[in-house]
Design a protein around this ligand. Sequence first.
Ligand SMILES: Cc1cc2nc3c(=O)[nH]c(=O)nc-3n(C[C@H](O)[C@H](O)[C@H](O)COP(=O)(O)OP(=O)(O)OC[C@H]3O[C@@H](n4cnc5c(N)ncnc54)[C@H](O)[C@@H]3O)c2cc1C
Length: 295
Amino acid sequence: MREFPCPSLAERTTLHLGGNAIAELGLEAVGDLDMLPERLRALGGKPFILGEGSNILAQDGQLPLVLVRPHYAQGPDMTEGERGEVFVRVGAGMPMARLLHFCLKNSLSGLEGLVGIPGTAGGCIAMNAGSFGTETAKCLHNIKITSGDNIKTVPAAEAEFSYRTFSIPEEKNNFIILEATFVLTKSERDAICKRMFYNFFEKKSKQPLTCWSAGCIFKNPVPQAPAGRLLEKAGFKGKRRGGVAFSNLHANFLINEGQGSADAALDMIEDARATVLQRFGIKLSLEVKIIPCCP
Ligand SMILES: Cc1cc2nc3c(=O)[nH]c(=O)nc-3n(C[C@H](O)[C@H](O)[C@H](O)COP(=O)(O)OP(=O)(O)OC[C@H]3O[C@@H](n4cnc5c(N)ncnc54)[C@H](O)[C@@H]3O)c2cc1C
């Protein structure tokens, strides 16, 4: 297990904001799990599982957290099922971009809608990340998890998921995803390639993919009233304050312009939420994870 003292959240998240945690524990081999409870006890603080940090707004200052990072990036391994389906197994730390590249190379269809979403396989499952009508959990066959002493494989049918949520009722959401197997279908490579390119360029034309952000700040309350449109109508598109701004391209993306702070970001988010509630009577809920959680 690799251990770093005082890791910077600003360096570990795509929004590039936040203070320092107590320590970071990098899990590299399954054997590292044996040492984890003891190291967590010794270090104190609350464990937080961190993937690529692309959906995280970390608060400023000294944070009472120990980052646990499942770096397992084995695979992808591919096996064919009896009905022509293809099972693809990856470690939780596998970047989604690498998995999608593997799918394209091997003519495997199912995950094309996720192109352009940063993050690891583990993070995408935990968030049930999605776009273009695809959700990560919909293509899941099973996941290997640990929730303490034991490691077990849970069939996707036992998980519950919906818009940006994923849970395993028996586990009270206290689990680390170690590995995932997706079930995909063989298809025309050219058609997969076209869908990926189309989705990527659509995303790139509508979202500030190269800026420092954590993706969408708020969930869409209903499909007819996306959060971005409500924020735009409430005057937040392009609004800047304290080094952070709601993007001019997509009002639901909060950008760190380089000199922002988590305090400034949280202030803007609260302002936007209160204004949308007051103007439209709609209470926006957060898609981004704030750590440590606000009381
Ligand atoms: C430019 C940009 C565009 C984006 N576009 C989209 C989009 O189109 N659709 C979308 O849904 N999201 C989008 N996102 C948000 C983000 O990329 C996804 O939520 C992604 O799945 C998060 O993966 P991660 O590895 O970065 O997880 P993190 O941000 O590190 O963590 C997210 C959550 O998952 C948990 N987690 C992470 N790994 C594990 C694990 N192994 N076991 C258990 N829990 C774990 C964390 O504890 C945390 O609660 C975008 C983000 C950016 C910056």
